[in-house]
Unconditional design. Structure first.
Length: 136
């Protein structure tokens, strides 16, 4: 996949991927919402499709309940993307961990498929779909 874009674009997009993981893992849901455009979409087989600010905010509450008191960690690797104009497509691999009662469990592996665009002066996810290996 051709990278394209400026060095600044590439740095901002890589930062977006990192901010996303830190925000969701630390229950900073307003920061997580800021990783998406106002019409952003998040989709997963486990949690369904959520489109727009209100739906994404509701997802955050449901997602936090699913932790059942555990700490979670999203470990995203092999990030790749292509920038064209004010938009981009990309993705990465995901390893997902649950930490509870002093025990760490590698819960799942999968990948994200993303579209991005500049909004409000920075890069944000327009859509983010996560697919876990072994799930239909």
């Amino acid at each position: 996949m051709a990278i394209g874009g400026t060095s600044e674009d590439r740095a901002e997009i890589l930062d977006l991927y990192a901010r996303y993981a830190h925000a969701i893992d630390n229950a900073r849901f307003d920061d997580w919402l800021d990783c998406f455009t106002t019409d952003g979409v998040f989709e997963s087989a486990s949690f369904g499709r959520h489109s727009g600010r209100d739906a994404l905010r509701k997802f955050c509450a449901t997602y936090k309940e699913s932790w059942q008191g555990a700490q979670v960690r999203h470990h995203m690797t092999t990030i790749t993307f292509a920038v064209e104009g004010g938009g981009a497509t990309g993705g990465c691999y995901l390893s997902y961990y649950h930490c509870k009662d002093g025990k760490i469990a590698h819960s799942a592996v999968g990948h994200y498929t993303d579209t991005l665009r500049k909004e409000g002066g920075g890069w944000k996810f327009t859509s983010r779909k996560v697919e876990m290996d072994g799930q239909a």
